[in-house]
Write a protein that binds this ligand. Structure first.
Ligand code: KIV
Length: 297
């Protein structure tokens, strides 16, 4: 197994620079679309970095697609840091953003700053993301004051699933749309370098994106945002419990994985695996000598 880049990717990498908050702002102003994906482990981060993905988000979607919880609420700081560390070992160029889990920034600004700091100090992240609008301004300002870039997250904010009455689209009437628009401006004024817009009407997301200086990253928010993000397990067809309408599946890995496991079981049970080419041998002379030693032991 080799993790060394091939000559062609090595040549591409020579020209690559680490993506920063400035890069993202420049991309918005050059109308260059920003690609974002979630990752939770080393090999996925490595493959994304090689593919040139601009931003890797270690999302608290971890709780649902990797840890098997019904929602993101049980995810802890320790869960997040563990997976952020693995991702940071795999990615060299992409900007790395750690998602602050439920209750890591809601209790007090002091706790919010301390927890945000752990993502950078212990887990190799470049920035943090947290959910919410006007109610989160104090935490956001305090974290930024500590020198930590913050990405906002509006619309469907999964940590508020019980307040929202389920995983449902947001901002669909004029009043809710206005609230979202105002929150987006408040987050920009508070210093967020970017903003996720999740599950909001496409024309609202486009309008907000056109009226903000900071880049918006859409998920289920149409093509008018400055960038796009998907949960990688949805894109790969690895998460079978449900697939939101806005997901495009680029692979069916759960299906492939199941087929591989079934084939393995069949071959093990049928003595087909391991075959000759999968076995290790020792020289005949050493084997004879071993048998001799056993006989005389
Ligand atoms: O947790 C996550 O993966 C996210 C993305 C869906 C934006 O917040």
């Amino acid at each position: 197994m080799s993790t060394f880049p091939t000559p062609s990717t090595a040549a591409v990498n020579l020209k690559r620079k680490k993506v920063t908050t400035q890069t993202l702002r420049a991309m918005k102003h050059a109308s260059q679309v920003i690609s974002v994906l979630t990752a939770y482990d080393y090999p996925t981060a490595l493959a994304m970095d090689q593919a040139g993905i601009d931003v890797i988000l270690v999302g608290d979607s971890l709780g649902m697609v990797v840890l098997g919880y019904a929602n993101t609420l049980p995810v802890t700081m320790e869960d997040m840091l563990h997976h952020c560390k693995a991702v940071s070992r795999g990615a060299q160029y992409a900007m790395l953003i750690g998602d602050m889990p439920f209750m890591s920034y809601q209790v007090s600004t002091d706790e919010a700053v301390r927890n945000a700091g752990r993502f950078l100090q212990e887990a190799g992240m470049d920035a943090v993301k947290l959910e919410g609008g006007s109610e989160r301004l104090n935490a956001i300002r305090a974290i930024i004051l500590a020198g930590i870039p913050v990405m906002g997250h509006l619309g469907l904010t999964p940590q508020s699933v019980h307040m929202l009455g389920g995983f449902r689209p947001q901002g669909r009437d004029a009043h809710a749309a206005m609230h979202l628009y105002e929150d987006a401006h408040l987050l920009q004024e508070a210093g967020c370098f970017s903003l996720v817009l999740e599950s909001v009407p496409a024309r609202l997301a486009r309008y907000i994106s056109e009226h903000l200086d900071i880049p918006t990253i859409g998920i289920g928010a149409g093509g008018g945002c400055d960038g796009q993000v998907l949960v990688t397990h949805d894109l790969l067809g690895l998460f079978e419990r449900f697939t939101p309408k806005f997901v495009k599946k680029y692979a069916s890995l759960y299906q492939e994985m199941s087929e591989a496991f079934t084939a393995y079981k069949t071959e093990v049970e049928g003595h087909i695996f391991p075959a000759q080419e999968h076995t290790i041998e020792m020289p005949d002379s050493e084997w004879e000598s071993f048998l001799d030693k056993v006989d005389h032991a």
